[in-house]
Design a protein around this ligand. Sequence first.
Ligand code: FE2
Length: 277
Amino acid sequence: MSSSKTMEAKNPRLNQLFDDLVGTLRAFIRKHHITHEEFRRTVAHLNEAGATGEIPLMMDVFLEATVDRVDSEGRGGTETCVEGPFYVPGAPAMKSPCVLPHRANEPGEVLIFSGLVRSTDGAALPGAVVDIWQADAQGAYSHFNIPEADAPYNLRARVGTDQDGRFEVRTWVPASYEIPKAGPTGKLLAAMGRHAWRPAHIHLRITHENSQTLTTQIFLAGDPWIDSDVVGAVKGSLVVGLEKHDNPADLRKLGLVRPYYTLSYDFVLPRRMAKAA
Ligand SMILES: [Fe+2]
């Protein structure tokens, strides 16, 4: 038909990808002798994922790490990592150094997280925006499993780098956590006898007008789930050890009574690609 030819000419990549996807799935059905019963259960499962709003979670858990690896090939600079489903835009803008928004009784160990943001050509990037989000010391995210009204933007902020391209925030050591288990994603993992844990990490999305945006995560070395992340997103260059500080004079200086931790990492952003003439 001429109408389908017209559409094919309009978007050849969509046509090619769709044909390959359907062809791959048909080959999969033949290879595994998928039955009507299994097909209907799959459709019902996907329907439940849609009805419960879990499509983003399910896609992020099983596929986003692969998209990240493919899409960042040859990029340069700090390695990227998946954004995941817990990003919330519009976190409070703060100037470095600062303390992330937190509850009066924020649980856990204090963490001072600092870093330099620079370009792949070596230049520091003052005025970069470091958008940080993380789980708390019990593995919970604000706006998701901490009610928004109780603690809006808890442990989330957009922090500007100073004139030297540096930032420093006081936060709390994040815990490893299980992805939501009550819905279809968790039920699928349970049916296969697989765990739902992500190793402890801090999410970052770093933007600068002259650079490509860096979306990544910093993982805490020694986490028991570091080698079996349910999302499969851990990259060795993003695993960093915490340094413990328990010198009483240091603690007094910071107004702390318990040991605290520091973490430092330098983030390198590729230059924004020149627009084609
Ligand atoms: Fe996360």
